[in-house]
Design a protein around this ligand. Structure first.
Ligand code: PHE
Length: 360
């Protein structure tokens, strides 16, 4: 059976030297395929004598099994090699530092809203809210600004559209946060202490005005509140917010239909060298309007003016943000320029500070 041992040696050598699975498959066909060398030998068994067959049959079967086993073993080994190669090629160093990702920053307006909410919360004010698209009644009438009142013109109002033929007064983009006074009092009655921060809209645009800006309304109603309480609250707020022991505030007599008496409040600042600074210089920046809530406003909100009285104020959030953080141009607040946001924005974990006068 020399022919068989030759075959065996030939195929086992070839199999162990095969470079890939394609080569192995060719060898399998050459040996064990239908017309493979081993298969052809199997066919020769038919023409043998029984004695010859008795010897050749088992030998051929053994050869077939051996070649088959060698093919399988080599196939597994090639698979392992391929996996090793892949693992080597796709190796990842999981200990490498990650690619740094830029984290967004908190807009100064959001930051300041959180700061002032915390400061007023310390003084017992909770937060109230109202819609930005407001009815004519809440934005004007209820605040003692009837349709023909000249104050309506001063508000540079954006009006919403009404369907043709609908003669009701159009809704407006609220021109101030004062309508939230009415909503809060109507809902909760007196006594009450709320602030209402939010967006307001007026057709106005320059370095210190933008058509959309932010106000915070303050409202305190009780039995015996006076202008003195208003002044204390505002001074206390400014000292805490600007983190100084002293701020120069200027109360100017003024007029609002919804307060009587009324005062506008300016804060001392300086624009020297294009830098906006709080607490020094000869400039004044108006930051709020205020006064004692008009009895007609209390009445419109269902509060008995013979029993209750109090004060209200409306402060420009963007203005005080500019002052505190030295931001000279209001328009940049709303341009969504990432470079500006990275410069003036706050990290997510910056806590609103409560230093200064307020004891915690
Ligand atoms: N609503 C007024 C404004 O926007 C501010 C204000 C609020 C004045 C409350 C007095 C009392 O100008």
């Amino acid at each position: 059976m020399d022919a068989l041992s030759d075959l065996k040696a030939k195929y086992l050598t070839a199999i162990s030297g095969a470079a890939d699975e394609g080569g192995l498959e060719e060898l399998r066909l050459a040996a064990l395929g239908k017309k493979g060398e081993v298969s052809l030998k199997m066919r020769e068994l038919g023409g043998m004598s029984p004695d010859e067959r008795q010897v050749a049959g088992p030998a051929l079967n053994a050869l077939k099994d051996e070649i088959d086993a060698a093919l399988r073993a080599k196939k597994a080994a090639l698979g392992d090699l391929a996996l090793d190669a892949r693992l080597a090629a796709e190796w990842l160093d999981v200990t490498l530092p990650g690619r740094a990702r830029r984290v967004g920053t908190i807009h100064p307006v959001s930051q300041v809203m959180e700061e002032l909410t915390a400061i007023f919360a310390d003084m017992g004010f909770s937060v109230a809210e109202g819609p930005q698209v407001e009815s004519d009644w809440f934005n004007f009438d209820a605040l003692n600004i009837p349709p023909e009142h000249p104050a309506r013109q001063e508000h540079d109002t954006f009006f919403m559209a009404r369907a043709e033929g609908d003669t009701r007064p159009p809704h407006v983009l609220r021109t101030h946060t004062s309508p939230v006074q009415i909503r809060a009092m109507t809902e909760k009655g007196a006594p009450i202490r709320v602030i209402a921060p939010g967006r307001v809209y007026r057709m106005d645009m320059d370095q210190t005005h933008s058509p959309m800006f932010h106000q915070v309304e303050g409202l305190a109603i009780d039995k015996n509140l006076s202008m003195a309480n208003l002044k204390w609250v505002l001074e206390e707020f400014c000292r805490a917010f600007f983190e100084v022991d002293h701020v120069d505030l200027r109360f100017r007599a003024s007029h609002f239909p919804f307060t009587e008496p009324s005062a506008e409040v300016d804060i001392r600042c300086s624009w020297a060298g294009g830098q906006l600074k709080i607490g020094e210089g000869d400039s004044w920046m108006e930051i709020l309007g205020s006064g004692m809530v008009h009895p007609k406003v209390l009445a419109a909100a269902g509060v008995d003016a013979s029993q209750w009285q109090g004060f209200a104020f409306g402060m420009g959030i963007d203005r005080i943000a500019m002052l505190k953080y030295g931001i000279p141009d209001l328009r940049a607040f709303f341009e969504s320029d990432l470079r500006w946001l990275r410069h003036y924005g706050f990290a997510a974990l910056d806590m609103p500070g409560l230093p200064g006068g307020l004891s915690r």
